[in-house]
Ligand binder design. Structure first.
Ligand code: PEP
Length: 249
């Protein structure tokens, strides 16, 4: 079902004590309960965060996972392990994973399937680089990422995914896509899904925008008809900003 969502991607920030301190501030900040709220801290925080979140409506996400269930994959974490500490969502295909860890949409599609198979929900990221936008290739980039990363799923599986459109040129740069630019791509993503799976599926998927979202620009973005919330990096590391973002619907 299409939901309003604010998801905070903490990336590789904050040690465990700092993380707990921020999480407790977020829990105490009386978040708007009209949206689904998700925090995605580093792996090592997840286990103790689950306990802190047990009497709240805040859901826990991981920032990545491995595509296999177990085995000789030194340094990796499986979906089953994430599930065992209460994780409900997994961010996949973030542009930083694509850029620094050479993950492409085909490789990510295996992770997507594994997350779904274990009953968790992928937050699948897509987005074009600045060069691709300047060359007018942004639609084809997004279409390819969506088709390769998600179109191996059946209808029910796809409905369990959340999509995040994150133009690479807007992530951590302070530069945000205008509401018109973001809405255009969100509508394009929905149409791409509708062509393959029909309107019911397309209309019931939450599509988040990410890229320098902050309280000052969130309302304008979130009132666009095809934008269902945000995947937030920098602004999610401040409890007041995070609360303000949940109040932006
Ligand atoms: C992100 O990393 O997903 C993101 C959108 O970061 P920021 O909000 O800092 O641009």
């Amino acid at each position: 079902m299409r939901q309003k969502i604010i998801a905070g991607n903490w990336k590789m920030n904050l040690d465990l004590d700092q993380g707990k301190e921020l999480l407790i501030k977020i829990i105490d900040s009386d978040l708007n309960s009209n949206c689904v709220t998700i925090v995605a801290p580093p792996y090592i925080h997840l286990n103790s965060f689950k306990m802190l979140l047990s009497h709240t409506n805040i859901a826990l996400a991981a920032q990545n996972c491995h595509q296999q269930d177990s085995g000789a994959y030194t340094g990796e974490i499986s979906v089953e392990m994430l599930k065992s500490v209460g994780v409900e969502y997994v961010i996949l295909g973030h542009s930083e994973r694509r850029e620094y860890f050479q993950e492409d949409s085909i490789a990510i599609s295996f992770k997507v399937k594994n997350v779904i198979n274990h009953g968790l929900r992928p937050i699948y990221c897509c987005g074009e680089t600045l060069a691709e936008r300047q060359e007018g290739e942004h639609f084809i980039t997004i279409e390819t990422q969506i088709k390769q990363g998600l179109f191996h799923l059946n209808e029910m599986e796809l409905l369990n995914c959340v999509i995040a459109y994150e133009p690479v040129w807007a992530i951590g740069t302070g530069e945000t896509a205008s509401p018109e630019q973001a809405q255009e791509i969100h509508k394009f993503i929905r149409n791409t899904i509708a062509k393959e799976y029909g309107g019911m599926v397309a209309n019931n998927i939450s599509i988040l925008y990410g890229g320098s979202v902050k309280p000052a620009n969130a309302k304008e973005l979130f009132t666009c008809p095809d934008i269902d919330g945000g995947l937030i990096g920098g602004a999610a590391l401040d409890a007041d900003n995070f609360k303000a973002l949940t109040d932006s619907f």
